[in-house]
Design a binder for this molecule. Structure first.
Ligand code: BES
Ligand code: MN
Ligand code: MN
Length: 456
């Protein structure tokens, strides 16, 4: 065992406690009342990076949440530089959403650490911090290290794209590693080679000028809550296919080889039912579940509202109704183009008896990574050492907006080396992270640096 791995054994107890401290900070990026907490999480990380001996540590303010940057450039001449990206912001969580313990009071149960952000992404990025600490304390890492940890990933990485463009030199590296995804089972590591993109939009349907008496006017005024339901009902056909003309134009078909490799990350139906709680799968019948989420685009109603929903009844015809819609994108689909197509379709099916507004937000493109690079080979060897098993390649349905920027602006090969599990409950109540995966993740992050150093 190398000195760095021995260090991990010796200090793992403290690493666990430190992760608790980080998880206690409710760094919810979407909530205005948590602005100070998000800042606190950034400062906490910067302090830890400084303490472990990273030579330059800075938190960059943005007009949103801060970006933490750290570097150590003391490796042998010619050694590669590894850029490690992650996010310290988390999704909202309150006990009453159905958590068994307070989401911001980390609790250990049966080998899992329960807390918001435990897996997505504080636990996973923290594994890389502790790997760096172990290497710094053991004669120095075999590669140069740069950390880029942001606080806005869960709200679409609003300011990170511009930061990357403006700081190409600062972020120059040979490879980027991201641990912000999961694997199918604890003993089957995986490398993700595709992430979906995303475009979001708000739809607002206006009917009468104010809420009206539904007795006096009902039957003669088009109810906006009904109108929005009519619009939404037209967005998919009976088979689950999106009805927007041109929506699938830039979707590439899966090859037979790809389908065969992806079958290895297929869901077991009973597990899938247990994890989702759904009675049965839904969607395009010619695609398996993991293909629907990995290789097919979606149009999803994230929320819909309108009218009275408090106690009892209020017999009104509401003045307006709204919906929040998002599309997950794959292959060559462009978020701006898809946003425009969906907007135009919604406006074309909106009945003339109401006024319909669509506001499309800035999206994130889908991402693909080349699986035949030296860096990927190093990642495979790192997993073989850390997990004792060859990783499989899989596609993920989620999005990490900055991946496309790293590729386009920095020309970096990106390695999506997740340490989570698919059923960690990211974004759900009772999110958790396996303590064993945390430990193996630290080891694997060290192996990756060793392997990539040896290969260059
Ligand atoms: N870590 C996830 C992305 C992810 C999910 C990767 C599942 C692999 C598997 C990330 O934190 C996330 O949730 N991203 C958001 C991005 C969005 C707000 C632009 C998402 O996918 O909804
Ligand atoms: Mn994440
Ligand atoms: Mn997330």
């Amino acid at each position: 065992m190398s000195q760095a791995h021995a260090y991990v054994r010796n200090y793992f107890g403290r690493f666990r406690e430190q992760l608790d401290d980080l998880l206690r900070i409710p760094s919810v990026s979407t909530a205005l009342e948590h602005v100070g907490d998000v800042q606190q999480a950034a400062d906490w990380l910067a302090d830890d990076l400084r303490q472990m001996g990273m030579t330059r540590v800075e938190t960059f303010a943005t007009s949103g949440h801060p970006i933490v940057y750290a570097e150590w450039l003391g490796a042998r001449p010619g050694a590669p530089t590894v850029l490690i990206y992650g996010h310290y912001d988390v999704q909202p969580a309150v006990l009453s959403d159905g958590w068994r313990s307070d989401p911001f009071e980390p609790t250990e149960r049966e080998g899992f650490l329960y807390a918001r952000g435990a897996s997505d992404d504080k636990g996973q990025i923290f594994a890389h911090l502790k790997a760096a600490e172990a290497m710094l304390a053991s004669g120095g890492p075999p590669v140069n290290l740069k950390f880029l940890i942001e606080g806005e990933e869960e709200i679409g990485s609003v300011h990170l794209g511009d930061f990357v463009k403006a700081n190409r030199d600062l972020l120059r590296a040979d490879v980027c590693v991201i641990s912000d995804s999961g694997m199918p089972t604890p003993d089957q590591p995986s490398l993700v080679y595709a992430l979906r993109g995303l475009v979001t939009m708000e739809v607002e349907v206006h009917g009468p000028a104010v809420d009206l008496h539904s007795g006096t006017y009902g039957g003669a005024v088009h109810n906006p809550a009904q109108a929005i339901a009519e619009i939404i009902a037209k967005l998919h056909d009976e088979t689950g296919r999106i009805a927007v003309p041109g929506f699938y134009n830039d979707v590439l078909p899966l090859t037979d080889d790809e389908r065969a490799e992806l079958r290895r990350s297929a869901w077991n139906l009973e597990d899938w039912k247990k994890v989702t709680g759904a009675t049965q799968p839904w969607g395009e019948p010619e695609f398996a579940i993991h293909e629907r989420t990995g290789a097919r685009p979606t149009l999803e109603i994230n929320g819909i509202a309108g009218g009275y929903y408090e106690h009892g009844f209020k017999t009104v015809l509401p003045a307006r109704a709204w919906a929040k819609i998002s599309c997950r994108l794959v292959a060559n689909q462009d978020p701006d183009r898809i946003g425009k197509l969906v907007e135009a379709f919604i406006l074309s099916v909106a009945p003339p008896t109401v006024r319909c507004e669509v506001r499309v937000k800035r999206g994130a493109p889908p991402a693909f990574v080349d699986i035949n690079t030296p860096a990927m080979k190093a990642a495979i060897r790192a997993y073989e050492k850390g997990w004792g098993r060859k990783p499989i390649f899989m596609r993920e349905g989620g999005s990490i907006p900055v991946v496309a920027d790293f590729q386009k602006e920095l020309h970096l090969p990106v390695i999506l080396m997740g340490f989570g599990l698919n059923d960690d409950g990211a974004h759900s109540p009772d999110e958790h992270f396996s303590i064993e995966m945390f430990r193996k993740g630290i080891d694997t992050a060290i192996y990756f640096c060793e392997e990539i150093s040896a290969s260059v």
